[in-house]
Write a protein that binds this ligand. Sequence first.
Ligand SMILES: *[C@@H]1O[C@H](CO)[C@@H](O)[C@H](O)[C@H]1NC(C)=O
Ligand SMILES: *[C@@H]1O[C@H](CO)[C@@H](O)[C@H](O)[C@H]1NC(C)=O
Length: 185
Amino acid sequence: MLKSFGAAVLLFVGLAHSETPPGFTPEAAAHLDVIFGSKAVSPPGTSLTKADTQKQPSIGTSDTILNGTYLWLMIASFTNPSAGPRRTNLHAMVTGFKSTGQKTDSGINTLATTATGPVKYVGPAPPAENPPHAHRYVELLFETNATFTVPQSYVQQTLGFDLPAFIQKTGLAPPIRGNWFNVTG
Ligand SMILES: *[C@@H]1O[C@H](CO)[C@@H](O)[C@H](O)[C@H]1NC(C)=O
Ligand SMILES: *[C@@H]1O[C@H](CO)[C@@H](O)[C@H](O)[C@H]1NC(C)=O
């Protein structure tokens, strides 16, 4: 009894320390605030609808102001019901995020950029599946320098996007912030 209680606590603590889905690589330990209109992606792993998520979200942080320049991306990670391997789809990659110096009413220090790419935001559109199957969408924030750009050839292939290979090629450090949500077709 006591033993299984301990295991449950350990499991809970383990999950609570990652802002990315279980098993997702790379992990991000700190929370990125992501807001679609009036809907915050909170807690991580929350379920949203296609309609909620068709416009690029606002992003920011509640615990501190980030003073650098950042790359933000959103990547889908899903398995087909026909039990294929897990696949990915890069839905957005946008560079040049900086603090706006503004705080929202809910206490979020917002980040913004004039860039829309190298990959312009495309909202989730998981197909209807039987049985219904949640696709997960992971949001990651990476610190860059002010002149960082992404060669177009690195992001040509959005379906099947190999994020670990991209990080290695660009020399980016692991993501500093993350969050994720589910959308079911
Ligand atoms: C960013 O700058 C502000 C003001 O100087 C400071 O309070 C804050 O801690 C800095 N943020 C980080 C992550 O260092
Ligand atoms: C910015 O980062 C890129 C990629 O990590 C690097 O190639 C470039 O030299 C850096 N620029 C400066 C000014 O540090």
